[in-house]
Design a binder for this molecule. Structure first.
Ligand SMILES: *[C@@H]1O[C@H](CO)[C@@H](O)[C@H](O)[C@H]1NC(C)=O
Ligand SMILES: *[C@@H]1O[C@H](CO)[C@@H](O)[C@H](O)[C@H]1NC(C)=O
Ligand SMILES: *[C@@H]1O[C@H](CO)[C@@H](O)[C@H](O)[C@H]1NC(C)=O
Ligand SMILES: *[C@@H]1O[C@H](CO)[C@@H](O)[C@H](O)[C@H]1NC(C)=O
Length: 514
């Protein structure tokens, strides 16, 4: 009998009642092509509306040159002296504060206190109950979207204070830790895959990988489902239990605390800011190690089931069975395309014909419809074994992170979404080492072509529409636009992808035979 791998928790049972609050953005759009302004300004616009799955979507406008990428090494607090708080506030994306020494939490008052040995208050002989002298005070919301006030307002603010040693008497440690803590929030836009990686996991990796798992994560706006969903990944970043800051009223003591997460750029890791030259590929390697045990379990289950089916076949032998397996073997040698499919808006209307055409070229095809509850290890398994990923611009494009470097990512770009498609997915994919092909659709390939006059700016000049404001972008281009691919035109990209995949495979075989 097959032994099922049951020790991996599922996270399908997310509480529907839990206020998984903003699930934002499929993507973010700026107001058009005018992003190369000399003095770029930063805009944000919060927009809430319920779409399918009762997600709330939020889009923000930002400018390409808004300076979201730190230009200098911002880890200026790495040598903070004992007994002080050092805050890095120069990045437009996030603040980070470092506290070293005798650090103690007090979740009831949203406070983290650093008790200083040689504070001058030690000389003042006053009743500590009356005197609560604060030697240094900083405030911080540990979330990586500092420039978006509306979402930052939903993140708990922490008070970081330094006090003289003797005040610590009243706050005895309930739990003593001998490794540093990293404080961050899983609120904000958590619930949307792009944000979970861009604003959560990648910054967490950037901030904590240096500790080699000798670090404790303390989470604000803690969600159980998030812990479950990313358990495999988290266990490769920390070997300690994760603390729910507001749910755990005990006083936790640490020798050091990093409050807030460092972030580099969209969905990437900048090695020049890492100290140890880690790159986005190192992050992907970590994902590979994290998902491997679960995937191995799935493979073992399938092999076992296949063996049992074979035994059945032997009992009732059929002349066809052998032919099928050789056909199957031939099939498995073909390079594989995965279509990430959406069906609410930005769907591919002629998906069936597309699949047929891709098969005719010589690929295998798998259509993947990721749901919020789809286990990421399963999606990783499919993409890690594929040669080409195709999808229409949207948050699900974040899955390009699961593709092997050297493989192909074709992003279909609906009208009015060029900038976001390139900035949030195209450019980061290139940094991971993927071959990126952006397929910008023609007006005729848009469902909007049936609704508007051929000369309407909606079709002819999307920038002018985007310039009118974000509501227009959202209502016209994002929520109601589907794509009817011109297969003849799209085929050229597929052929490029095919030759690239075949060349990759030949190169792999050549190296293997050496
Ligand atoms: C830093 O301060 C803490 C508490 O005051 C003390 O226990 C620790 O030994 C100090 N560490 C160093 C390196 O001075
Ligand atoms: C990081 O890369 C740069 C440039 O390739 C190299 O000069 C430097 O020595 C590397 N640092 C480490 C720690 O590997
Ligand atoms: C991903 O694919 C590579 C190359 O085929 C393989 O070595 C690796 O084990 C795969 N990772 C997982 C988690 O299955
Ligand atoms: C989209 O797909 C999901 C899952 O396959 C299905 O439950 C849902 O009804 C579909 N929605 C539409 C509008 O087709």
């Amino acid at each position: 009998m097959c032994k099922k791998m049951m020790h991996y928790k599922r996270y399908q049972h997310w509480s529907k009642k839990e206020d998984v609050f903003v699930v934002c953005v499929d993507e973010e759009l700026n107001s058009g092509y005018n992003c190369k302004r000399a003095k770029p300004k930063l805009f944000y616009l919060l927009f809430l509306s319920f779409i399918s799955f009762s997600f709330i979507f939020l889009y923000s406008f930002s400018s390409e040159e808004a300076g979201l990428v730190p230009k200098t090494d911002i880890n200026s607090c790495s040598s903070v002296s004992n007994g002080t708080i050092c805050c890095e506030r120069s990045s437009i994306r996030s603040d980070v504060c470092v506290m070293k020494g005798d650090v103690r939490t007090d979740s009831a008052s949203s406070r983290i206190t650093l008790y200083r040995n040689n504070g001058h208050s030690d000389y003042v002989l006053r009743d500590p109950d009356e005197n609560d002298e604060v030697l240094q005070h900083e405030k911080i919301r540990p979330y990586t979207r500092k420039w978006e006030k509306n979402v930052m307002d939903t993140i708990d603010e922490l008070d970081l204070v330094v006090k003289g040693k003797h005040y610590g008497v009243r706050h005895k440690c309930d739990v003593e830790h001998d490794v540093p803590a990293v404080f961050f929030s899983t609120g904000g836009y958590t619930g949307n895959l792009y944000h979970e990686f861009n604003d959560g996991l990648l910054p967490l990796y950037i901030t904590s990988q240096q500790f080699n798992k000798k670090v404790v994560f303390v989470i604000l706006e803690y969600h159980n489902w998030w812990i479950m969903k990313y358990a495999n990944v988290l266990s490769h970043l920390t070997e300690y239990p994760i603390i729910d800051f507001s749910g755990d009223k005990r006083t936790h003591c640490f020798p050091e605390a990093i409050v807030g997460l460092r972030i580099h750029d969209e969905l990437t890791v900048d090695p020049s800011l890492m100290g140890n030259n880690k790159t986005i590929r190192d992050f992907r390697d970590l994902l590979d190690r994290a998902y491997w045990p679960r995937i191995r379990g799935l493979i073992q289950d399938e092999e076992c089931e296949a063996r049992m089916n074979k035994e059945k076949l032997i009992l009732s032998p059929s002349s066809e069975s052998k032919m099928v397996t050789t056909e199957e073997k031939k099939h498995l040698k073909k390079p594989k395309v995965v279509i990430i499919s959406r069906n609410d808006s930005r769907a591919i209307m002629n998906e069936d014909s597309l699949v047929k055409m891709i098969e005719d070229i010589g690929f295998r095809v798998e259509v993947l419809r990721p749901q919020r509850t789809t286990e990421l290890a399963r999606i990783y398994r499919v993409l890690n074994s594929s040669d080409v990923m195709i999808g229409v611009h949207g948050a699900a494009m974040t899955h390009f992170l699961f593709m092997r470097p050297g493989s192909v990512f074709i992003q279909i770009i609906p009208l009015g979404t060029d900038w976001a498609a390139g900035t949030y997915y195209g450019e980061p994919a290139v940094k991971l080492g993927l071959k990126y092909i952006g397929y910008k659709i023609l007006p005729k390939e848009s469902s909007l072509y049936d609704e508007y006059d051929k000369n309407d700016p909606v079709l002819m000049d999307p920038n002018s529409v985007n310039d009118r404001g974000w509501e227009f972008t959202k209502r016209i281009y994002l929520d109601r636009q589907n794509v009817r691919l011109n297969l003849g035109r799209f085929r050229k990209r597929l052929l490029r992808a095919y030759y690239h995949s075949v060349a990759n495979e030949n190169e792999r075989l050549r190296r293997q035979s050496q």
